[in-house]
Design a protein around this ligand. Structure first.
Ligand code: PMP
Ligand code: GLN
Length: 381
């Protein structure tokens, strides 16, 4: 029924690697260290705030820009943590909707979008929905550093059509936290080529070494950066899909214009709960971070004991390990060999050769689950 070109485009989008791997874990009963989601709830008082909003009649459409309490809490958050005072902000259905609406609102067909490779899967899909062209800047193991030459070459490939630089730090899937010198390279390129920066900061509070520096805090960047985050990773509520973006009025307005026709406005009670989350004592953020750092170290030790070579990440809840052979084959057979699911890091690259022996493991799991996964992986050694 569908014309062949349409069927081919849909086949190209396929099923996300996360859906595929979670289905594989369910089918085989393996421990799922593939798709990244915590196996414990976030703070109880935040859940109670959601219940109170549900019971308190907060069940109709939210205002398009978001409920005032959450808008105010996001504004306070940006100011308290980074000294940023954005012109405008918008509540979205997770960071995912902010990314999609921003790309659709800011790009014309044929525009170039620079993206760090490996990249989160929705980036490439949304760039293609916008009719834009993806221009990758490859981060290579083991250090995944951003190189000036790779950035310059990608801009050159764009031949004057580059409009947006879509950034993600702390970075999924590598766990890199870009340092100030790398961000300065990015800022210099954005200013020189008059680029808009869309900055995905969903892992902003999951940093174990170094610090998260929002690109909007660099000179010349506040006026060209749309900063995106969400409640999912910072508070362990990935299923709530409450996110936000903030920045210059024109960039937020472009995103809002598209957002009205994607989902309009939703999740009203959870928006109230997210406001409560952002207003918690920051000690909650530190406790989560310190717990995750311990899980990271346990899983890295387990991977090493299994004869694999983990690259300790400075942020996010993902660790990549060199498995010394074909990573895709390794992941296909891992559930039957030892009852663990993980993702070949190559799934996040266009350049398949760049990380053909790397596997991404999520460590946002309870200590006993990490211990059991490590015990199972040890049988590989
Ligand atoms: N960006 C990155 C880099 C991610 O890893 C994720 C994880 N789901 C998202 C965006 C999506 O965030 P949300 O769940 O808030 O839509
Ligand atoms: N961000 C999660 C990960 O990288 C997955 C989110 C999703 O399934 N789309 O594992």
């Amino acid at each position: 029924m569908l014309p062949p070109h349409r069927a081919a485009r849909l086949a190209g989008l396929g099923t996300t690697i996360f859906t595929e791997m979670t289905a594989l874990a369910a089918r085989t009963g393996a421990i799922n260290l593939g798709q990244g989601f915590p196996d414990s709830d976030g703070p109880g008082e935040v859940i109670e705030a959601g219940v109170a909003a549900l019971r308190g009649g907060e069940n109709q459409y939210a205002p398009l820009p978001g409920v005032p309490a959450l808008r105010e809490a996001v504004r306070e958050h940006q100011l308290r943590h980074y000294g940023l005072n954005p012109e405008d902000l918008l509540i979205t259905f997770g960071a995912t909707e902010a990314i999609a609406a921003a790309l659709l609102g800011l790009c014309d067909p044929g525009d170039g979008v620079l993206v760090l490779e490996p990249y989160y899967d929705s980036y490439s899909a949304c760039i293609s929905f916008a009719g834009a062209e993806r221009l990758t800047v490859t981060l290579r193991p083991p250090d995944f550093a951003l190189e000036a030459e790779a950035l310059r070459a990608a801009i050159e490939r764009g031949g004057g059509r580059v409009r947006v630089l879509l950034l993600n730090s702390p970075h999924n899937p590598t766990g890199r936290v870009l340092d100030r010198s790398e961000l300065e390279l990015i800022a210099a390129a954005c200013v020189e080529h008059d680029l808009i920066c869309i900055s995905d900061e969903v892992y902003e509070h999951l940093v174990y070494e170094g610090e998260h520096i929002p690109p909007a805090t660099l000179p010349g960047m506040a006026e060209r950066t749309l900063t995106i985050s969400s409640v999912g990773k910072s508070f362990s509520f990935t299923g709530w899909k409450i996110g936000w973006c903030s920045g210059p009025a024109e960039l937020v307005a472009a995103t809002r214009t598209v957002k009205q026709y994607l989902t309009f406005a939703g999740g009203t009670p959870l928006q109230h709960a997210a406001a409560a989350a952002l207003r918690l004592n920051p000690v909650h953020l530190h406790t989560l971070r310190d717990n995750l750092r311990a899980r990271r170290d346990e899983l890295c030790a387990g991977l090493s004991a299994a004869g694999l070579s983990p690259i300790t990440p400075a942020g996010t809840y993902f660790v990549n390990a060199d498995v010394g052979g074909d990573a895709a084959e390794f992941c296909r057979t891992l559930p039957e060999r030892c009852g663990v699911v993980a993702i070949p890091t190559g799934a996040f690259y266009d350049d398949q050769a760049a990380a053909s022996t790397l596997v991404r493991f999520a460590f946002c799991k309870r200590a006993e689950v990490i211990a059991e996964a490590s015990r199972r992986l040890a049988s590989l050694a």
